[in-house]
Design a protein around this ligand. Sequence first.
Ligand code: GDP
Ligand code: MG
Length: 424
Amino acid sequence: MKNSAIVGINWGDEGKGRIVDLLSNKYDFVVRYQGGGNAGHTVLNEYGKFALHLIPSGIFHKGVVNVLGNGVAIDPESLLQEIESLREKGITVDENNLKISDRASLLFPWHKALDALEEDRLKNKKYGSTKQGIAPFYSDKYQKKTIMVGELLYSKHLKEHIKDILEWKNLTLTGVYHENPIDFDALYSWCESYAFKLRPFICDTGKLLKKAEQDGKSILFEAQLGSLRDLDYGIYPYTTSSNTLASYIPLGSGLANINIDEVIGVVKAYSTCVGEGPFVSEWIGEEANELREIGQEYGAKTGRPRRVGPIDIVATRYGVECQNATSIALTKLDILSYMDKIPVCTKYLLNGKTIDDFPFPFELEDCSPVYEYLDGWKCDISKVRKWNDLPKNAQRYVEYIEKNIGCRIQYISVGQERNAYIKR
Ligand code: GDP
Ligand code: MG
């Protein structure tokens, strides 16, 4: 059976959760392979409206096993809250449909504290972190200073390991940031309140997925954020601290030799970007406010207003290349229905020259957008379910983007609800 990935092409919030929710009933497993609880994947279905942070968006389908791979930052406190809030709305989350990799690392309260302390220290040079501890978590992981989830099953060893790491971490908290040290007993009781409750979900998910592959099961990988936030390929340093690209799947999922048959890149019909960093096609003022309101562009995790603007072909084409996308799901086309003329950023102007290749991150600050304008369709398309029923100008907009980003647009989403889409 087929293995597929659903990944973000832009700055995140493209609608990945919505597309995973749409397609995941065709798969046996849905796997998150990077990032952490800073994700906000919105899903609207028969159970209600949800913003998922750590739990894969396949959780709503019976029979789908949801996996948090070794590449994910596991924050026990947030994860348990998320499990509880899903259960309150009648969704089953148990050790049969949620599995956590024993090789994933734990995100501790000091990661969140350090994230906030560093953002405060940076003042107006801050990165725009969601303060979920992601950057301190991944830097600790690279320094081999995290606790793996599987260690929760080895109590005696765990205590020693936590003591060692705490001794080291308190040097930073007290020496660099002049904070109070974290006390071992307080931390251990935090483990008892939260981390130990994850024990039933822990297993060797690499082995589980390998067996699934051998048995001909199909796996869907769900990414967080988008190409432009990838640590290595994105707009560094305004990236996240993990790799958001599909090429990280073999590392972050526990399936080192996996072949991905299909990479569906999710692209929003216009641009949004949450947090700091260069954003060439950004709109400011009235036209931004109008698009933000109509598109309801507020962060699913933080409620922060998202920065908005026209679609950026230069960045999107780069994002498609980075993800090696085999097809595209274009979301929120319905939101553009109010525009007479729809601007499309096709090139950048940099030092008097037009460029169409995505430049080195530090040059982005000096780039300005070059727009072409396409005719709008000026009618409600949210009920359209067939390509031929889309107004001609909406078809032209889709075809124009498809041609210029060099990847087939297979799905067009025209609403938040699961069935509000067109398959070409
Ligand atoms: P993710 O982080 O990539 O999963 O995306 P978010 O959930 O943060 O943001 C996407 C938002 O757009 C969510 O509120 C979705 O419900 C909504 N959405 C997705 N597709 C469509 C669409 O085609 N039309 C409209 N109107 N809303 C959509
Ligand atoms: Mg989001």
